[in-house]
Design a protein around this ligand. Structure first.
Ligand code: XMP
Length: 512
């Protein structure tokens, strides 16, 4: 793999994603990993990420010179660029010239491999206080800016290079090309990380892990569990059984999508458990968000455990399939070992004493890769490009007590919003658009000749890369108008549609 050494930037994962977009497999390692450990993984290249520290700050993470002397190709970015320069005998200075945000970079000389034939002057994203003032001996300077005399250098023979700016962010429009050139042309790595190779690889791994055993998989209706199940299905066929719990907090059409579309695409064994009454009974009388979440989690476990006991009669289901993704693995502290907290969360909170061995075929993948794998496996677009939907479902989108009537109102309003967003071709532009029912709020309206006293629903369209941060999506007014008109006309109990224009932070995406 190409190993991205994380110096504490929020960019490390993004770098790994960009490397993979260049069809080269990449993983993140913490900067605390020692050089022996990193080199022991036989990286095809090492990328040193940016970081918040100044190389001069007390306790600033350093670089073990063994990394740069190992002969493994090395690329430095921002802080990593300065570390690399320092380690190879260049000079880094606190010049007082700081650059933050959009900066113009100028190509110097021929621009070398990294910057050759790119526009002579083009925008990049900068974030630095210190600067490299002298490139390492033997390196060619390929770019410069007003604040960074050396903004890029390379040595093709010794296979090291770097840039002061952040090539991984969208604000550096030629950044991906620069990364690609390092990987393919300087490090000499062949682009082989393709969707087809991922599928082939994972199927082989799953077969090896499960052998002749049986596996069970909880389907949530979401992309991750669907793709995980489809992969395992490809590997072990009908020794996989999927369990889908209908907790009554689903959106319109969701159950059909799983029971019809998913099964049609995969031919998987599916058990649906109708637990609608059980969840409604358990939720009766509760309006506190945390209490509702806990109840839903608890009931889910009970239903799932019962389904698992029922399946025992058919054979020994020793393996549990989960759709844990790579960002979950990295965030919980490393690429090895299993992270129980996240894993459990993924199926709605399975207890520790559940005696399963986990199968996590997506634990090396990012969300966009998961979607491509889903398509490669023949899953329909309706499933693969589905927007994220929280495990507790509509239960946390009704502000107040959850009742059957309220669920019906919200389900109807939500279906209209989704229909209109899809019709407007906006599904891929937004991350998700929760519709929230303010069930305990009423306001006065007028319809026909009569006064109404109904509930508001909130539209919460957000744009995001990973749900950690989000911005509210500027939906076109005509789309908002159609959604509003249709909801207030077609859903009798709703007489007002309002728009949530809060970013995250400070708001979260969901209201509860
Ligand atoms: P928040 O509201 O924390 O949501 O900004 C971030 C993302 O996570 C989804 N979400 C959940 N997903 N179980 C899930 O599987 C949950 O309990 C849960 N709560 C929130 C939310 O839809 C958004 O995409």
């Amino acid at each position: 793999p190409v190993l991205v050494v994380d110096y504490g930037a929020q960019y490390a994962q993004l770098i790994a994603r960009r490397v993979r977009e260049a069809q080269v497999y990449s993983e993140v390692v913490p900067h605390t990993a020692d050089a022996g450990e990193i080199l022991g993984r036989k990286p095809s290249a090492i990328i040193l990420s940016g970081g918040p520290a100044s190389v001069y700050a007390e306790g600033a993470p350093a670089i073990d010179s063994a990394l740069v002397e190992s002969g493994v190709p090395v690329f430095g970015i921002c802080y990593g660029f300065q570390l690399l320069a320092g380690a190879l005998g260049g000079t880094v200075e606190h010049t007082g010239a700081r650059e933050y945000g959009r900066t113009d970079v100028r190509i110097t000389g021929e621009g070398g491999v990294l910057h050759g034939e790119l526009p002579a002057r083009h925008p990049v994203w900068m974030s630095h206080g210190d600067s490299v003032t002298k490139a390492p001996e033997g390196a060619t300077v390929t770019a410069t800016t007003d604040g960074a005399p050396v903004a890029g250098f390379e040595n093709r023979e010794r296979r090291f290079a770097g840039v002061q700016y952040h090539p991984e962010v969208a604000h550096s429009p030629h950044g991906q090309e620069v990364l690609r050139r390092f990987l393919h042309d300087i490090a000499g790595i062949r682009p082989q990380w393709t969707t087809a190779s991922i599928v082939e690889d994972q199927v082989a791994r799953i077969r090896q892990q499960i052998g002749a055993g049986r596996a069970i998989c909880g389907l949530s209706g979401g992309v991750d569990s669907a793709v995980a199940a489809a992969l395992v299905q490809r590997a072990i066929g009908d020794r996989l059984t999927c369990v889908f719990v209908d907790h009554g907090l689903l959106r319109a059409g969701e159950r059909t999508q799983v029971e019809r579309d998913f099964v049609a695409a995969t031919g998987v064994n599916l058990v649906t458990v109708d637990a609608r009454e059980r969840f409604l009974d358990a939720l009766a009388g509760f309006s506190d968000p945390e209490e509702k979440r806990k109840i839903i989690g608890r009931e889910f476990i009970r239903v799932f455990e019962q389904a698992e006991r029922d399946l025992k009669a058919q054979g020994d289901y020793r393996f549990l399939v989960q759709g844990t993704l790579y960002p979950d693995v990295v965030e919980s502290g490393g690429g090895t070992g299993t992270s129980n907290i996240k894993s459990h969360h993924n199926v709605g909170g399975l207890p520790d004493d559940l005696q399963f061995e986990l199968v996590e075929p997506l634990r090396l993948l990012f969300k966009d890769e998961v979607r491509r794998v889903g398509l490669e496996l023949g899953l329909p677009e309706t499933i693969v490009h589905r927007q994220p939907f929280p495990g507790p479902g509509l239960g946390i989108r009704i502000i107040g007590e959850v009742t059957a009537d309220r669920l019906e109102i919200l389900r109807a309003a939500d279906a209209i919003a989704r229909e209109e967003l899809t019709a407007a071709g906006l599904d891929r532009d937004i991350w998700q658009c929760p519709v929230v029912l303010l069930a305990d709020v009423r306001s006065v309206g007028v319809q026909g000749d009569g006064r109404t006293y109904g509930h508001p629903v909130v539209l919460r369209p957000v744009s995001s890369e990973d749900a950690m941060t989000a911005d509210w999506t500027r939906l076109p007014y005509d789309v908002l108008e159609r959604i509003s008109t249709r909801i207030t006309n077609e859903v009798a109990e709703v007489n007002r549609v309002v728009l949530d224009v809060t970013s995250k932070p400070p708001g979260t995406i969901e209201w509860e």
